[in-house]
Design a protein around this ligand. Structure first.
Ligand SMILES: [Zn+2]
Ligand SMILES: [Zn+2]
Length: 133
């Protein structure tokens, strides 16, 4: 009988580990817990810290903190200055992946594309109806 050894390479350290809910080995998930605890400790001391200040105080990279904000591992509502960054322009954001300006720009670009497509279809239909008259 084959035993299902559900193993994977840990994204944190590359070691082979038994798959689990966290998706990483115990060493790395323990390290992550300790880092998250350090972040929370700094924020409890001063809840007005921003992401870069927290990074400086904990010795962690700001990108790492931002990725935890995005994953919901750090709750923002208690900390007014903690922010994630927009995927496109790196502006400070507190929710989603894009700032309002980028989201609007993309939305209108999609709208424009859709509009162009509709116009093309109309034109083609007009040409066809002309041909088959
Ligand atoms: Zn690991
Ligand atoms: Zn943006």
């Amino acid at each position: 009988m084959a035993v299902d050894l559900r193993i994977a390479h840990c994204p944190g350290c590359g070691q082979v580990f038994q798959k689990n809910m966290r998706g990483m080995c115990t060493t790395c998930s323990d390290a992550e817990d300790a880092q998250l605890a350090a972040i929370e400790r700094e924020l409890r001391r001063d809840r007005k810290l921003d992401t870069d200040q927290v990074a400086a105080r904990t010795g962690l990279r700001p990108e790492r903190i931002r990725s935890w904000i995005r994953k919901g591992k750090i709750r923002l509502h208690e900390y007014p200055n903690l922010t994630d960054a927009c995927d496109l322009c790196a502006a400070s954001i507190r929710r989603d992946k894009l700032c309002t300006a980028c989201a609007n720009r993309i939305r209108s670009a999609i709208q424009h594309e859709y509009e162009q497509e509709r116009l093309m279809k109309d034109r083609r239909r007009a040409a066809n109806s002309f041909l088959f008259r």
